[in-house]
Every structure is written in C-alpha cells, then in structure tokens.
Design a protein. Sequence first.
Lengths: 539, 531
Amino acid sequence: MRMPSLILTVSYKWFDKTYQFFARTASMWVVLLSVLLSIGAYYYFQSVHLTLAYNDARSHLNIGRRVVEGLKPGMAQLGSVWLPLPHILMVPTIWNDYMWQTGLAGAVQSMISYVATILLIRLILKKIGVDTLGQVVGMLVFALNLNILYLQSTAMTELLLIGTMTAGVYELINYYHDQTILSLIKASFWIMLSTLIRYDGWFLCFYGLALVVIQAILQKKWRKSEGIFFLYCTLAGFGVFLWLMWNTAIFKDPLYFAFGPYSAHAQQEQIEAAGQLITKHDWLTSLKTYWYAMAYNSGTLVVVLGLLAAVGLYLDKKIASKTRLALSVLLVPLMFNILALYLGHSVLFVQGINGDTWFNVRYGIMMMPSLAVFIGYLVYRLKSLRYLLLGVLCALYLFQFTSFDAVTIDDGRVGSSQKNVSEVSGWLRAHAANEKGFVLISAASHDAIIFSTGMPMKRFIHEGTGKYWESATTTPDRWARWIVMRTNDNNDQTFKLVNQSGVLYKYQLVNSFPFADIYQLKDEYLPNLQTESVLGPQR
Amino acid sequence: MRKSIGTITTVVGALVLIVLAALAISTFIKGDYINGHFVNQTSFDTSIGGPFELTNSTSRYVLTQAMVDNHSFALTDSQARYASPDLVKFKDTYLSIFTPGISLLGIPLYWLGKSWGVPQLLTYLLNPVVLLLDIGLVALVSRKLGSSPKLAIMSGLIFAFATNALVYANTYTQHVVTVALICASLLLAVSKLRWWQRVLLGVVYGAAVLVDIPNAFMLLPPVLVAIFKDVELTTIKDRVKLQLPLTGVWLLIGVLPFLVLFGYYNYQLTGSYFTLGQFIGRYDYPDTNPTVKTAETKAAELLQTATPSAKLPELGFGLDLPFESRSQLEGAHILLTSRQRSWWYYSPVVWLGVLGLTIAYLTSTTKKTAVMVISVIAIDILLYSSFGDPWGGWAFGPRYLIPAAALLTAGIGTVATYCLRRRWLGLGLALVLAMTVVFSVYTNVLGGVTTAAIPPKGEAEALQNDTPWTTLYNQRLVTQNRISSLVFNEYLKDIVTGREFITYLTAFCSSLIGVMFVLGWWENRKVGTQK
C-alpha cells in the first residue's frame, strides 16, 4: 500500500545561492547568535541574583574600582594577589556605580571572550578540515554548557583566560601550518595576554616555547630558528616580565606574587597544615580530582567522548603530523591543572573526594574549548554515528538544563567559594552609610563585605590606602569609627594590628556575624575622630 | 531427500533446544509447596527470595489483581500497603507508580491462575515465557549483525543464562519484556518495511511505552530509521527535490491504540490524560505493618534517618525530569565499573559483545544494523547513568542495562563467527568465552535460585547487620540452603544440597551454550573450507 508523499522542490540555483550566502556570512551568524545567547544568559543570571555569588567576583570588581576611586586611587591598587589584566580591562567602565555593583564591568569582558571563543572553536575545526556539522556541534558543545553560560555572566576570570588561551592556541596551530611570522606574533600576543590573567597562561607560554623550538629543530634552519625563538620569548614572555617588574617596583620582591602573605602559596600552606591538600605529591589523587572536576563541569559524557576523540585525532594520519603536534596544545589546561594539583600549587575540592564541599571546582571548565574541538572532530570522523552523537549530546544538555546542573553555581552558592556577607554588609549599610567616619577593614580578608555594602570605596581604610592604613592601625580611635574584623584571628591583618595598638577598649562590639565582627567607637571618643580624607592624594 | 533430512534435523534440533531451554528456565521459578498448597497464592510473603521480595514486582502484581478482581486501575488499601513505596497517592486514590504494561500483559495469566488456585505462580510465568522468546529474538538480531545461525542461537542462550535477565525472568518486572520489544523493533526497522510492518512497529513502540516510559527513548533509533528510511533528496536537472513519504502514518496507526489506552488509564486515576503516576512522586503507605515491609524499604528508611540531606533553594527552568547530568559520573561508575552492579562482576561475558559490534560496524553489510544497535545501547546507558538511582534499588547486577546486555550478547555471535573462521583466533576466543561464560552463568544461576535483592553498598552499611552488598549475599543464602526454586523445594531438597543444585544448573546451562558453540565451530569450519 503506497502512502502519498510530501514533495518539496526548489531550483538548484536558489538552493546554491542560499547555501553560498550562509557560507559567506557564517561568522556573522555565529557572532550574532552567540551574542544573543550571551546577553540572554547574563540577563537570566542577573535576574536570579547569581552573577555576584562568588566571593572572588566581588573582589575582582573591587580591585578594578579601587584603581579609579578610594582614598588612594591609582594603578598600584592592582596589587599582587591576582594578575592584572582583568582589572585593567574593567577600568573604563568600573567608575560607573551600576557597572560596578551589578558586576557588569567584569562580565562584559567574559561575555566578549565567550563570543570570541565560540568563533575560535569554529576556526580551529575549520583549520583541521572538519565539516559544517562538526563545526556547529563543536561550537554548541561549548556555547550551551551551563557552567560556561554562568561564568560568562560573571566578573570571574575564566572566560577571559579561555578566550585568550584559545586565541593563542589557534594562532600557534596557524603558525605550524603556514610558518608565517605574523601568525607567530599573533600567537605570542594572545599568549602574552593570557599570562596576565592567570598562571595557567604561563604554562601555555612555556609549552608554546617548546612547540616553537621543536618546529625549529624539525626545520633545521638554525639561524632563522634563533630569531624566531627570541621573537616568541620577547613577545609571549613580555607579560611575565612585566609582572616580575611590577612586583619588584611595588613590593620590592619579584616573586612577591608567588610567596607573599596573600599568595596562593600562603593559602595552600594553611590548607596543607590542616591536612586537606590531599593532591600534593599524589599523581593518582591529582588525576582523579581533575577528572571529577572536568566531568562535573563539562558533563561526564562530553569528557569521555572528548578524550576518546582526542586519541582518535592524535592518531589520525589524515591530519598532517605537524598539525597534530600543534594540536597537542589543546591539552595544556589538562596538563597544567594536574601538575599544579600534584605540586600543591593549586587547591581544588570536589564532592566525592573532599567530603561534601566544593572549592575552585570551576578549574575543571578550562578544558571545555578543547573538548568542544575534539567532539566536533568526532562528529566529522564518525559519519555513521553522528546522529547518535547528536542525540546523546542533546539529551545530556537537556538533562543539564532541566536539572539546572551547574557545579560552578553550587560552588558559588554553597561551596567554599561563596561567602554570604549580606548580614554584616547590611548592618554597615543601615548604620554607617549615612553617618560620617571611616570603616577600618582588611580588603584581603573582607573584600566581599566592602563590595556588598555598596558604600563608596573612599569610606574604607584598608591595606591599599597607604598612610591612612598605617595611621588607622596604630591609632584606630583617631581614624576608624567602625572596625570590621575577625576577632582573635591573626590572619586578619586588621585584628592583628589593632590588637597590637591596645586601644580596642575604646570600641564596643556592636554585632557579631559569621564572617566578621563589627566594632564601633564609643561616643566619648568621637570628638577626636577624623572623618575627612585630610591626608591629600596618596601615592 | 538430503535436503528434507536436513530440514527435519533442524526442526527437531530447534524443538529439542526449546524444550531444554524451557526446562532450564523453569527450574528458576520461585515458590514452595507446603501442605498440599503453593505458598504465596493468596498472601504476600515479603521475605528474601520470595516472589514478593521486591516491591517493583508486587506493585505491578497488585495492579493486575485490582484490574481482574476489582475491575479498577486504582489499588485498594490492602493492595496499596503491599505496593508501598512503589506507590502513588493522588487525592484519595492509590495507584501503582509503574506504567500498566506488565500488569496488563499478566491479566490472562492471572485470570487463568486464579481459576486454578495459583494466581501468583501463573502470573509470574509471563517473564520466563518472554525470556524464552528473547532467546530467539536476540538470535535474530545477532544474525542481522553477521553471526552464523548456530552462533546466533548461542548469543540468545548467553543472554538468557549468563546475564541477570535470568534473575529478572522470575520477577514481575519490565526488563525481559522490554528486551523482546526492543529486539522486535530493531528487526522490523531493518526489514523491507511494508505497510503492515510499519503498523507492527507502531504497535511495538506503543506497547513498549506502556511497559516502561524510558522505552520511549530506547526505541527511538529503530522508529526514526523507519520514519526517515524513504526520505529522498535528489537533484534533477536544475532542481533539488526533497521527497517525504507519509509512511509515518502507518506507525501512528499502530501506536495510537496504546496511547489512547495509556491516556484512559491516566484519566481514570488522575482525571487527566497526561498526568503520569511517575511524575506525581512516591508515597509511603503510612501504617505499613513492619512485617509487610521488604528489607529494601526498611533499609531505605534507616538510611534516610541516618543522613539528613541539605536542601538548596530551588533554581531551574521549570521542567522536571528524573534524569540529571550531575548523576552521570557516579551512575556510569555504578553501572559499568563498580563491584556493586557492573557487568565485570555479574556478566563479564557481555563485554565480548563490544568486539562483535565493532566488527559489525566495520563491515559494510551489517553497518546500519550495528549503528542502530549501538544507538539503543548508548541511550540505555545514558539514561540510566543519569538516573538518580543507578543501582535500581535492591537489585541483582545492572538491571537497567538488561536491554543493553541483550544487544551486546547479540554481538558475541558476531565476534565468534569472525574468530571461528580464523583458526587461532577461534581457539583464543574459545578459551576466553569458556571462562567468562561459566563465571557469568554461575553468578546468575546463583542469583536466580536465591534472591534478586542485593542492597546498594550505602544501604547495606546503614543496616549495620553485616549484610553483604555483592553476590556474597547470594552465596550466604546458598550456604544456609535458602533456595527459592520451586523445583528444588518440591523435588530436590532432600536429594541434593543447594550448592550441588547450583553446580548442576550451571553445568547444564553452560553445556547448552557450549553445544551451540561447538556446532557453530563446525558450521563455520565448513564455511572456511568452502572458501
């Protein structure tokens, strides 16, 4: 028995024209759709008040803000804890209270990086000959990941790092492919930027150097190679050089960022002392921890498929061996993170390994662009199974959205990366915002509180305010009407110094909160209190 | 003359095989005969090893009972008590949490059993009979994957005796019926697909949804293949022509009666055609008599009181599915690699099927079937690794992966055919197969004659009474001579010990598989010589 058919016929010319139009304007469509996704995600996460969930997001915004506003504004406020590029990029917009308090000043760069990374994934896939469907799947695997969508809506540094690293990777592949100096300069530029965002970029810089050297050895053009080596080192290593100089100039120690009192190293030492740095000098636990982090961030299926595809890609003789060698750079985040965990330079808590908590689990998202490239390649290579792959990926993403599975959000809401300071900042807003007087507080310990009060930065005396800080910690009663600190915790610089000053008796404890206590100067000492910024511009 | 002798031999051989397989399967039927009566025919004994040890069987059984005895889909108070916690309460109506497919299929058997005074015994015959059918269906799928006839039958036997399908054939659950429906749909999808085959595929799909909701996803690959099989994109002169035959209508005709029945079932219970019991949520019958509770229910209650869970404020996009991507890491581990449930420990022979499917995928004539089979396996693993309870409650082996096990065992015939045509490979395979088959058969025979209710590790530890969470549990029951087989309890109890019974059964089932392997070897040796 025959059934009637629906028949659709179009002229080949029209079909071809339409195809050509979309092929020509593909990048534009990718950008347009990515921008829409990016804005939509930001709008959603902003509406549910999640964009500032991370303690670190608020600290990043405050660092940017202090450059333009405060008792001692200026570039010195960039500090030494974090690399400076994200904060420098905030400067043009952070002066605006709305941009600062909504986190948009930091999110904008994440959003631009998100769009750029999607485009770069397409370009990398195109470079290795993956067809349109493979490119689209690769882009979607990255673009629709809920953790990526969340992080691109925040002032965190992940997306900016991912964007610059992916650009560096793309240009390195280009350099291996076409051997032009321009590609090398571009690769060096993007890698240099990534070295100014996070230390992951430094590893990429060294790995890139190794690739450049290998390329030179393979070519056996020694004189040219020498020049290329120095060109790469000068450009890509410029960010590292600048950072060492900066630390020398401001803190009199080029390695202050690595071993200073607020460094990750100092934090790791405390964690190690508490017996919780279980990955240190343990390859298996380091590998397992990062495997869990990747699986929770990207989805177990995506990681499994991606890594299987990577094996296929590196063994694929249809891709030139030099291109495959260049593509090994996609594994840099994996190598770096496992190595950093093993050496104890990084701390990452995941549920199932470190009890019932999360901390820094977002590090697992760093492999996302690489996994997207690998899966795009897999869809291209396994033509007979591509619809199955599409189906299971669709199901996985559906489950991710319906169960609102974003481990980075959990880390920001209930993990160790969150800090609910609404009570303490609420008290300050209610009792100090409309009164005269400074608040003495350690920005290193309580930046989230400073941010959440919404009060102008010039109302706070913190470590970065020069003479104000020195004066207020020796004679608090002359400068600080309120002191916010963790009583009896010498890690809190305010407590340590105020306690040494011996004038805490002039203050009364007005409230205690989970993260800090608030002290207020007793009324009888108010007449001697300085409430104006009389010390003039601080340099 | 020679041809007719050959045909007669084949038919006789097939009949002998069916009888022997049926004999083997019937040995696992649970029950006891005391004082001239079969136990559990009018009461619900929830003790370990009995037919009502798991509420996923009981809940379906009481629904069959309600439909026949009360002419209603709703459960009475006493039925609800036994179905709990696989129970839903909607307003004042109690309903089974499961879709009604299995309960509907069991109606004729229950009705017949009731008139003979053995309702439970006959109703539970549904799955052993379907398992026998599964042997044939798996063999047919194996043929489509490139197996020779004898080795295809060996695949079917491996599925029946060397996987936990054997254990679940003696429960009143959905698994072996699901396998039958999946295999049928695959066979239909690779056929020429005349109109009646499309209608039949629709019927199979509709029935599968009625048996278990996830089947709607697992049967998608064959259904999609059937829908898109005749789609043509051609270029004629200067025009591009897309032709979409409306053959999907035949499928719809097949599916529709089942959807209507499902809608009617839902409407009778919830007042809505689309409100499913599963999405309302479980209900614990409040005054459950402690003696009525299964060990599983008791452990779950203990665990709940031991680990109060921290609840996060709700976030999300308003659509709630039982599948969560976050669960996938642990789910995949539990189902595929863990000591608690994975094939490595319950049916290692299944993994040989991966090689068979790879061979089928790389062979142009079997590639399309292999892609479909791989798709169903992938969907099965994806769905249940994302499911909150990958253990399947108290269970034996990865019960949710029984459909995947069926399709992987179909691949064993393929790899065997490939290897037996290459002498040394054949020898190597024979060694590996012998070891894995005997181990797998032994493990599943052990489960089949004792219990299907092994607790997940967490619950076993919560019980604090040294309950093992592996097949050690079954071995302990054997040591205590607590065998659930009706045949053993009625005829063999005084002749052999439980351990001897298991040894003989393992030997018998393994021999059946071994005989088919030897016949397959002979068959393929001849093919090799001819070439």
